[in-house]
Design a protein around this ligand. Structure first.
Ligand code: MTE
Length: 326
């Protein structure tokens, strides 16, 4: 992964008009009742479709009705400025330099967006994003994000627990893992024209990791919908693992019996394991993981086991050799 570079400014403005128009993420008790089990919301008039296309290139819009999460889901560390979190990114489908994603994000069309949920579940389907989310209240969670490149940020995400979403699809007893896939479309994601990784980007979790209450399906950050460069409209956030597990712009979720193939493990198995739990004691073959640079800080700070979430997640790995299963 490339190293840090100073970044030019690049940010797209919000437009509240479009929020009022579509408001697809607004949750309410009535919507929750209506949504459960309802088929796809597909009927959009031409005018609405035009508004959606425009909305998708206008960037993040404010989100309504966000609940604060319990304290264990809110890191007390000072939050990374929004500007830094949205201009210093890893999203190789939008280019490999840190400022490429913010520059290329306008190409990504996030509305309409559907997610295929399949595999070892009773209720598979291709689900429009608004239907996937509607039953769930949005929560704000402040998590540390530790990149495998030894930098870190603290980000207020908005999302829903992945486990709550998965349960609606009724996983079978064979569902031991969850595989995720990013959109494959080189026109919208021009980085896919180069074979930096095997596209689409893939990630995976063990089912107990996916069901863990910390694991978040994020739709927003800093109180707004996700910018394209941060993985709009739907990404994973797994705060005790290196950032590459937190896959962006998800279009596929598959529950399965076998350990999923993952993009970085496939490309360099000696460097990036399947588990990728933050571990200061296991060096990357090319650099130490003992310390990290919090974006905005000069001095490095010690990296914490499981990125500081050990009291919540260490038990998932009881009896496992975390040097071998890195
Ligand atoms: N997801 C996709 N599809 N493509 C990527 O290149 N990069 C990962 C992860 N998710 C990546 C991805 C890495 S290495 C990190 S550190 C985080 O996204 C960065 O998330 P951020 O840019 O929102 O901070």
């Amino acid at each position: 992964m490339p190293s840090h570079r100073d970044l030019p400014e690049s940010q797209i403005t919000d437009r509240e008009i479009y929020l009022r128009r579509r408001d697809f993420l607004r949750t309410s008790a009535t919507a929750a009742v209506l949504a459960s089990g309802l088929p796809a919301l597909t009927a959009c008039g031409t005018e609405d479709a035009v508004a959606q296309t425009k909305a998708s290139v206008r960037g993040p819009r404010p989100l309504a009705d966000i609940l604060p999460a319990p304290n264990r889901f809110r890191a007390e560390d000072p939050q990374t400025p929004e500007k830094d979190a949205t201009t210093y990114n890893n999203f190789y489908e939008m280019g490999t330099d840190k400022d490429d994603p913010a520059r290329n994000a306008h190409r990504l069309r996030t509305e309409p967006w559907s997610v295929s949920v399949e595999g070892e579940i009773a209720k598979p389907g291709v689900i429009p994003l608004e239907d996937l989310l509607r039953p769930h209240p949005l929560e704000e969670r402040v998590y540390r994000l530790r990149c495998v490149e030894a930098w870190s940020m603290v980000i207020p995400w908005v999302g829903v627990p992945l486990g709550d979403v998965l349960k609606r699809f009724e996983p079978t007893s064979k569902a031991r893992y969850v595989a995720f896939e990013t959109l494959l479309d080189p026109e919208q994601l021009p980085g896919q024209k180069r074979r930096v990784l095997e596209w689409p980007y893939r990630e995976g979790l063990r089912i107990d990791e996916a069901m863990h209450p910390l694991t978040l399906l994020a739709v927003g950050m800093y109180g707004k919908t996700l910018p394209g460069q941060n993985g709009a409209p739907l990404r994973l956030v797994v705060p005790w693992k290196y950032g590459f597990k937190s896959i962006k712009s998800i279009v596929g979720i598959r529950l399965q019996a076998d350990e999923p193939v993952t993009a970085w493990n496939q490309s360099a198995p000696g460097e990036y394991g399947f588990y990728a739990n933050v571990n200061p004691e296991v060096s990357h073959p090319r650099w130490s993981q003992a310390r990290e640079r919090r974006i905005g800080d000069w001095r490095k700070r010690p990296t914490l086991p499981f990125n500081g979430y050990g009291d919540q997640v260490a038990s998932l790995y009881a009896g496992m050799d975390l040097r071998r299963n890195f």
